[in-house]
Write a protein that binds this ligand. Sequence first.
Ligand code: ATP
Ligand code: MG
Length: 303
Amino acid sequence: MTFTVPHTALARLETQVQDALRAPDDNARGGANSTLDVLGYGEITLVLRLRTAEGSFACKRLPAFPGQDRFDRYRRSLDEYLRLLTERGLTVAPTEVWHTRGPGGRVIAYCVQRELPRERLCSRLLHTQDETWAKNFFARFLDGVDAAVHPGLGLDAQASNWMDVGGELTYLDVTTPLMRDARGRERLDVRLFFTSLPWILRDAVRVSMAKSIFDKFYETRGVLLDFLGNLHKERLGALIPAFLEQANARLEKPLTADEVAAYYRGDARMWELIQRLRAVDRFWHRTVRRKPYPFLLPPPVDR
Ligand SMILES: Nc1ncnc2c1ncn2[C@@H]1O[C@H](COP(=O)(O)OP(=O)(O)OP(=O)(O)O)[C@@H](O)[C@H]1O
Ligand SMILES: [Mg+2]
């Protein structure tokens, strides 16, 4: 164990989250009027800060598990993912899982990490540091990605998923373990992790569509394409030419600026669609089914 999870404080945080989910006002769910302290936004969820006497923690709420079995399976796969990434030389933020019982045998769980200094987030450093720093970062990044990624082990390596602390690139985004079996099937409980996307991924056809969304995470070229494309979203497009030169020195099939731009347009459209579908689903939950919508959604992103 790398640190002790603050159990009582997490139970209190979960109560606050439940209250926020029931609140009628979007602003209360992570917005300005919220009692929730938001550390960061991902595509799927919010990361909450929890301050305690033992320090400050980053808490990532997982989709509710229907029962103990599904939760146990997730926990084992997360542990294995952390172990495999570490074996392949990556530094991963120490991550613990906290859980509690919800209604009807459900399990509510969080991935918990120590809070790392926000100014060391790589998507931020790429704005605040100079080009020499950026190139040095990208060289270390390429080494890390290339050593880690293979057909059974994936990475979602966008700049906002890394911190540079103590001279060490540290990977943060481990809540969705990207591992595939020998037949190339996702080992993640894909359905569970996409329960916030109920309409697009309801049937088998659509689940197999998800395969193509995930493919890129399992090969260096795809991970780099995704990283570079996302620089557009981060308003860091000016760095792309220098990074392309560095990346292409190692790739068999070089990447081009056009390919990166086209990829980003496609990716941005996909996420926009997903965000819209979720907003519709949330509306449906609240006004037609008259139930609280069970996810904290990040605010719309300017793409
Ligand atoms: N340990 C941490 N310390 C400080 N800030 C963090 C930490 N972990 C995450 N964050 C902040 O939260 C943001 C999102 O975190 P993370 O990438 O882990 O989740 P995510 O992108 O929502 O995951 P997913 O997209 O898989 O749902 C990060 O970009 C960062 O700003
Ligand atoms: Mg992320």
